[in-house]
Design a protein around this ligand. Structure first.
Ligand SMILES: [Zn+2]
Length: 425
């Protein structure tokens, strides 16, 4: 399973000769000739990628021996991917991603939930991260807490994988009934049990706060018995922890199955995510309509990203737009200009700007939603952003091309140049 740091590593990667390979393998159901077809598909994709590399190496300087070496190492990567895809046949219901650039000694393989849109193989200056970004949006790291008056268990669910945190199981000694309950000591014993329960709830609540602070998970879900759901437990939650609670389901702490936990958590998360996305779209459009904390359209969104204003980015599911990227400072421009309006150097074409902004989005932990079938969102150009703040410069929206070429004017130091684009080669 892929961790946050590893995604950041992929987002940072760049190969100037455009030999960075991204392979996504989506298994098909194991029947008929499907497995065979998968292997053929990968071979076809590899052949196509090789053809692209070849035409690129011809169009650049063919006598450049360095370039030839790079081409050879990319070919070796492709062979290795084809061999791997043959081994992947029938290995089960998991998808796989491979990111490779042997010219730089880079090879990473990750298992993923089998929910990719298909098998893909791309070669470019940067790794292709959109399928990964979509998966991460669909599967954030979730904590799941099962709790009753005596016990608590903690699980985390990350990219479809459910893991129980060992050492968290927290049974309390059962006292009370049978411990002088009916006798003269009864009241005392009952109070002691109530006290222990409160301490137990407090322990779990404190643990949750610490776990969220440490970034062990982003949101959490509570499983408890419906009949005596513990309102006392929820009363112990820090407001910040309560805010991160996505929903509750009914569960008996010791007997609930892992499949039940997983399916309940995925259902609650999907509902919460759908709601959050709709809210974000409505709020962004509303804010943009009032020229407040919202912008729509590629030009304004790129500007706000460069100004570091973006809190939530909304992109249409099948959004596709071109832009240019400065070969010097990395500035992205929606106008297909030949020279960078920020530093004056030459620009190069970016085939898919939605892909080009992803490394930036990933590195800065910007909330990202892919919006499906929303006519209103479609009307504003299928790209929009909700802003954390709106800088003064942006109150009077100018095109990026019109903004003065002074990095000190609003453009935060160090932000420009962090974009990673995908040149057409
Ligand atoms: Zn520039």
């Amino acid at each position: 399973m892929i961790a946050r740091e590893q995604i950041h590593e992929l987002a940072e990667f760049e190969d100037q000769s455009a030999c960075a390979l991204s392979f996504y393998f989506q298994p098909t159901p194991p029947r008929n000739k499907a497995h065979k077809e998968e292997a053929i598909l990968t071979k076809d994709l590899a052949r196509e990628a090789l053809r692209q590399l070849e035409s690129r190496s011809k169009s650049s300087n063919a006598s450049d021996s360095n370039h030839k070496d790079k081409f050879e190492s990319a070919r070796a990567d492709l062979d290795r991917i084809v061999r791997l895809s043959q081994d992947l046949r029938g290995t089960g219901p998991r998808a796989k991603a491979v990111f490779a650039c042997s010219a730089q000694g880079f090879w990473r393989e990750y298992d993923l939930p089998a929910q990719l849109s298909g098998t893909q193989l791309l070669v470019n200056r940067h790794f292709h991260l959109k399928p990964l970004a979509q998966l991460l949006g669909a599967f954030p790291s979730l904590g799941i807490v099962l709790v009753d008056r005596h016990r608590a268990r903690l699980f985390d669910l990350r990219l479809g994988e459910l893991t129980e945190r060992e050492g968290f199981f927290h049974p309390l000694t059962r006292r009370g009934r049978g411990d002088g309950f009916a006798g003269y000591d009864g009241g005392h014993a009952e109070r002691r049990v109530a006290d222990e329960t409160r301490q137990h709830f407090k322990f779990v609540a404190d643990f949750l706060k610490e776990a969220l602070d440490k970034g062990m998970f982003e949101k959490w879900i509570l499983g408890c018995q419906e009949t005596h759901s513990p309102p006392q437990f929820e009363a112990q939650l820090h407001p910040y922890v309560a805010q991160k609670l996505l929903g509750k389901f009914s569960a008996e702490v010791t007997h609930v199955s892992r499949n039940e936990i997983r399916s309940q958590a995925e259902r609650i998360f999907a509902e919460a995510q759908e709601k959050r996305c709709q809210e974000a779209v409505r709020e962004t459009l509303n804010q943009a309509g009032h020229h407040a904390r919202g912008v729509t359209g590629l030009r304004r969104v790129l500007n706000s990203l460069e100004l570091g204003e973006v809190q939530t980015l909304l992109v249409g599911q099948s959004y596709h737009a071109q832009a240019v990227e400065c070969s010097g400072c990395g500035h992205l421009d929606a106008h297909l200009v030949n020279f960078c309006p920020v530093c004056g150097r030459q620009t190069r074409e970016v085939v898919d700007v939605g892909e080009a902004i992803l490394p930036w989005v990933i590195r800065h932990d910007i909330e990202l939603f892919y919006v499906k079938d929303d006519p209103e969102f479609d009307k504003v150009g299928n790209i929009a952003a909700l802003l954390r703040f709106r800088s003064e410069q942006n109150n009077n929206v100018q095109s990026i091309a019109d903004t003065p070429a002074h990095p000190s004017l609003g453009r935060q130091k160090g932000l420009v140049g962090h974009y990673r684009g995908l040149a057409s080669g």
